[in-house]
Design a protein around this ligand. Structure first.
Ligand code: FAD
Length: 297
């Protein structure tokens, strides 16, 4: 039996495995190799790893984990989970059944691409979600923002630190009059109508085709599609969740324990605040340490 099975071996899961391996705990990490930022050429904002391809950061982390003989990295999906604290059972896509005293869920979230031709193709290059991740490289240029709800108003205020050339695309949303007035006061144009297609020119400068009015080209487009957990294991376990503006997140306390004793959660799957590689790694480390300390005799 493992001390801990970690489901999802990206930034959060590997950070948990690192702490557990250093504490000489027996750990299996299950991973299917699809981190959320795999569409991006470079990852930004992680101290010591700024402007590196995200898959290179993860490959280096996996290489470093080979130092720890009690950590087993397995390329497999966790298909189902059952049991309770001190006696969990995880069934993998390889047909294996793993026993564990604790579980860490770090299987991330999946962005739901809207059915707009060109959107999925541009995701991570000409269409991005986060100014901290991708804003510096396009500072001062013409940005577009696809309105996704009231939280977009915060983005309008936030983006001002990077550019004063912003166009808002309502994309069928009814933007309340007071917010429209605030956006207008900032000299930011709002383009009404739905986005019907996004053309790219060599990966950048997306052109938005609208069902009303002429096409608009920007240098970079920010968008926040809805997302959902990348697996449904928390549902079968009945774990508590909280709503986020774009989906749900698992509820976890400050030690990253979920609503079920012995199950910890880390990373985008359980981060209703500001998901990033840094916060995922930090939460993963806390989850690993919390799981380890919960097993002290
Ligand atoms: C386009 C884009 C660009 C971004 N750029 C940046 C950036 O520059 N800087 C930054 O800090 N953040 C960036 N982010 C955010 C960053 O990608 C996430 O915050 C980070 O990946 C979260 O790490 P995680 O470990 O929680 O989840 P993920 O990295 O999404 O990893 C989850 C892992 O779980 C695996 N998995 C899923 N289901 C199962 C299962 N059933 N069994 C086993 N394994 C499973 C997946 O294959 C995946 O490897 C970006 C996001 C996007 C969408």
């Amino acid at each position: 039996m493992d001390d801990v099975v970690i489901i999802g071996g990206s930034f959060a899961g590997l950070a948990a495995a690192l702490q557990l391996g250093r504490a000489r705990r027996k750990v299996t990490v299950l991973d299917t190799g699809l981190p959320r930022n795999r569409f991006a050429g470079h990852s930004h904002g992680l101290l010591g790893h700024d402007h590196k391809p995200p898959l290179d950061i993860l490959a280096e982390a996996r290489r470093q984990l080979t130092r720890y003989p009690t950590v087993n990295l397995v390329n497999a999906r966790a298909n189902s989970v059952s049991g309770g604290i001190d006696d969990f059972s995880v069934l993998t896509g390889n047909g294996e059944s793993l026993g564990a005293r604790r579980l860490i869920l770090s299987y991330g979230i999946t962005d739901q691409m809207p059915a707009v031709p060109g959107f999925a193709e541009g995701w991570g290059t000409s269409i991005v979600p986060c100014p901290y991740c991708d804003g510096f490289e396009v500072a001062g240029q013409h940005w577009g923002l696809v309105w996704s709800g009231l939280q977009s108003h915060n983005q309008v205020r936030l983006f001002h630190d990077w550019t004063d050339r912003l166009t808002v695309f309502a994309d069928g949303h009814d933007i309340p009059p007071d917010i429209r007035a605030d956006v207008a006061r900032r000299n930011i144009p709002v383009v009404d109508g739905r986005i019907t297609e996004i053309d790219r020119h060599g990966g950048h400068n997306p052109t938005l085709n609208l069902d009303t009015g002429p096409d608009v080209t920007v240098d970079i487009l920010f968008a926040h599609p809805r997302n959902k957990p990348s697996a449904g294991l928390h549902e079968s376990l009945g774990l508590a969740t909280v709503d986020t503006p774009l989906g749900i997140a698992l509820k976890a306390d400050e030690r990253r324990e979920t609503s079920m004793p012995g199950i910890y959660a880390a990373g985008d799957l359980a981060n209703p605040g500001m998901p990033s590689v840094t916060t995922a790694s930090w939460q993963g480390a806390i989850a690993g340490i919390s799981a380890q300390q919960s097993m002290l005799v």
